[in-house]
Design a protein. Structure first.
Length: 558
């Protein structure tokens, strides 16, 4: 989402930039600097990404003038930038209490509540923003973004369109409009929005990246040339793009080179993009392995037997799970093409129910499962089913295609014993390579290093084997992506039969389904089955040594 802008109500005659910063620092040398002067310096520091230092300036301003809404808004954004969400709420709520008609106070709180996963409250705040300030394009943009995350694509389009009407040069809003159309399979309309942005700003990396994701053969050479020109422009200026732009540029160049058949250059760009992305977060493969070991310890055969037979009896849910990029989107699309099935996509609901966390934080699982009991299992199942029913009240079956639910197959079996669970398996190397060449919107920290990626896959495979050993036979269905590609109808009929549904020919015409698809495979599932994705890894084989070593026995020829 676009970074919110700091609020500056009393502009300095020095304008902005280095001169503005020097002016702020000079004034702070006075014996008694004002709150406004502290705020000005904080804004400069914010624009430089120095949020901890900006926080100090805003706090000093707040000590001088506790009732200043502008200061509370900016301090809240500084906390938000540092992911200190509780502190952000604590500083923003008093601003609303004292100035209930100040739109920026509601805007800041809405952004923080969204980050906390409190979507309903966040939406109420943002609706209040646009009612108080109907010409504020940023408020409509954030409303659109919130709706888009929830799969409310039509409402998202309305929000982004209103933002563009107010501010025609709002590039981020136009790009999001393109993404909405792409999710609906309207790729020509999506491309038109991206190109509109690029007409005004040919070097817009977000638009170039989005265009590369569409992957149309028609624009591959053109997009590669344009991306190369963008990269050369940065080199000529001897100025690197910002961190996120550099990452997107690398992945977009990798995608464009691959589309043009240059796998050597493609891999070099993917490798650089992954290196840059991996440097932005901490990830400990040992902790991940230990966590999966804890899952197997808590959900052992004795516990499954002791706690089985309860839960909620609903047959509404169909879970589609497995590694990311394994074919889960394809399987869901086939099933969701059945007239009795609603495809809900990747839902955070299961982990939210399991952990009691509004954000569905996976890291809290399985710790919250230490004291499972019959009553607890029934309650979890009821809450999960109630959430599904609110999404599609008339549907007889609803799919949940969150791949990471493979972590909780045992829990699903206990809380929803009649739910259908479909585990999608793809060739380990193809799966891992597809992850490595994909810049995910969030999460999937294991995927940006070949050795860590291979280790994660082996942990995942070990856990799935554990579920086969401790759960009753037939508790879930294994489906191989390669089998679907080689015999689409037979495997599609097998899936529909397993779900307890009568066959419908629409399941063979899955690519014509107009439902919203939000995953990285949104382009692929709008096409008939194709085989070009099989053994894609062979084009990159000589570069995959660290992955093969980490996969061990799962690597080819081992």
């Amino acid at each position: 989402m676009t970074k919110p802008k700091p609020e500056r109500n009393d502009p300095c005659p020095c304008g902005s930039g280095k001169k503005f910063k020097k002016c702020c620092q000079d004034k702070l040398r006075h014996n008694a600097p004002t709150a406004a002067e502290h705020v000005r310096l904080g804004i400069v520091l914010t624009t430089q990404g120095r949020h901890a230092e900006a926080e100090t300036s805003f706090r000093k301003a707040l000590e001088i003038d506790p009732g200043r809404v502008e200061t509370r808004y900016n301090l809240g954004l500084a906390y938000l930038a540092q992911n200190r969400l509780k502190e952000a709420v604590q500083v923003l709520r008093p601003a609303i209490d004292t100035s209930p008609d100040n739109p920026m106070a509601h805007y800041g709180l809405g952004l923080v509540l969204k980050a906390q996963g409190r979507a309903t409250e966040a939406e109420a705040c943002l609706q209040r923003v646009v009612s108080l300030k109907p010409d504020f394009a940023g408020g409509y943009y954030c409303l659109g973004f919130l709706c888009m995350e929830q799969g409310r694509t039509a409402e998202a389009v309305s929000g982004f369109q209103r933002a563009v009407e107010i501010e025609p040069g709002y590039a981020d809003a136009r790009i999001k409009l393109g993404e909405c159309h792409a999710e609906l399979g309207r790729f020509a309309e999506a491309e038109a929005y991206y190109r509109h942005v690029l007409e005004a700003d040919p070097g817009n990396i977000d638009a170039r990246f989005a265009l590369a994701l569409l992957g149309t053969a028609r624009n591959a050479d053109e997009n590669l040339a344009a991306l190369t020109e963008v990269a050369q422009a940065f080199r000529n200026r001897k100025k690197a793009p910002s961190g996120s732009d550099a990452i997107k540029l690398s992945f977009a160049l990798g995608r464009a080179c691959e589309q043009c058949g240059d796998h050597e250059k493609a891999f070099a760009h993917f490798l650089e993009g992954n290196r840059l992305k991996r440097a932005t977060f901490d990830y400990d493969a040992n902790k991940t392995s230990a966590r999966l070991a804890d899952i197997m310890r808590i959900f052992d055969r004795e516990s499954i037997t002791r706690l089985g037979g309860g839960g909620n009896p609903s047959a509404l849910p169909i879970f589609v799970l497995g590694m990311p990029r394994s074919g889960t989107t394809l399987v869901e699309q086939i099933i969701a093409s059945h007239p009795e099935v609603h495809g809900a996509g990747e839902l955070p609901d299961l982990m939210r129910v399991a952990t009691g966390s509004a954000t569905g934080t996976e890291s809290l699982f399985p710790g919250a499962m230490q004291a499972l009991g019959a009553e607890m299992l029934v309650g979890m199942g009821e809450r999960y089913v109630a959430g599904l029913q609110r999404r599609a009240p008339e549907a007889q079956r609803i799919t949940d295609k969150m791949p990471a639910n493979f972590l909780a197959v045992g829990l699903i079996h206990l809380i929803l014993p009649n739910a259908k669970i479909i585990h999608v398996i793809r060739d380990p190397v193809d799966t891992c390579l597809s992850c490595f060449t994909q810049l995910f919107g969030s999460g999937q920290e294991f995927s940006y290093d070949l050795a860590e990626l291979g280790r994660y896959y082996t942990d995942y495979a070990r856990l799935m084997e554990h579920w086969r050993n401790v759960l009753p036979e037939g508790a879930f269905l294994d489906v191989r992506y390669e089998d679907i590609v080689s015999d689409q109808e037979a495997q599609s009929r097998r899936l529909i039969r397993y779900c307890g549904l009568e066959w419908d020919d629409a399941c063979l015409d899955f690519h014509s389904n107009k439902r919203v698809v939000k995953t990285a495979s949104m382009v692929q599932v709008r096409q008939p089955i194709y085989k070009s994705s099989l053994e894609r890894w062979r084009s990159y084989e000589k570069h995959l040594g660290p992955l093969f070593d980490a996969l061990g026995e799962l690597a080819p020829g081992r």
